[in-house]
Write a protein that binds this ligand. Structure first.
Ligand SMILES: [Zn+2]
Length: 189
């Protein structure tokens, strides 16, 4: 019996988008990453914010990265990157869910773009029967239905996945916020 085991991770491909009421244009709207930081040094303490902006009226929303932090405890290279508005660092913070939670900024998971990154793949060969086992890690807790995740990684449609689930060709044995685990008695990739 040969056996295929694959693990994927769902990775956001762009900064999270914040949904909230805007005091500038007075409606519920989306705020996007401007990829700019604001740094305010006062004595030996520093505040650093990642600046988000309303997509309609450009009203800003500052997400605190550091608050009243000792300058000496901020890595020098990172501090330089804040001052030069390093786009890569801004995007990295824009995909850090804990930053949004800390700032009580609601992320719009419906608008999320993401991809599946294969972490590893193991194949054990013996005989002609084939089975497979897949795990999809979702460390950011993106709200994607299990059938959709399975369809995406197997390259099937959602209706094909539902049919195979009903036929016992795809068996989901674990599904929670951070992980989806399923297997099949046949290799269907
Ligand atoms: Zn606005």
């Amino acid at each position: 019996m040969s056996y295929l085991k694959i693990e994927y991770e769902i990775v956001p491909t762009e900064s999270f988008c914040v949904i909230r009421g805007c005091s500038g244009c007075g409606r519920k709207t989306h705020f996007r990453n401007t990829q700019k930081f604001r740094v305010n040094a006062n004595g030996n303490r520093v505040d650093v914010w990642l600046i988000y902006q309303c997509e309609h009226c450009k009203h800003t929303l500052n997400l605190a990265v550091y608050e009243r932090q000792k300058v000496s405890s901020v890595p020098k290279a990172e501090y330089e990157s804040f001052l030069s508005n390093d786009a890569q660092l801004a995007q990295q913070y824009g995909k850090t869910l804990s930053l949004f939670q800390k700032n009580k900024a609601a992320v719009d998971f419906e608008r999320m773009n993401y991809s599946y990154v294969k972490l590893h793949e193991t194949i054990q060969h013996s005989g002609s029967d084939k089975s497979m086992e897949l795990t999809i890690h979702n460390p950011c807790g993106l709200k994607i239905r299990p059938e959709k995740q399975i369809a995406d990684v197997l390259g099937l449609s959602r209706s094909q996945v539902k049919k195979r689930m009903a036929q016992g060709e795809i068996l989901v044995d674990e599904t929670d916020f951070g992980k989806l685990h399923f297997y099949s008695p046949h290799c269907i990739m």
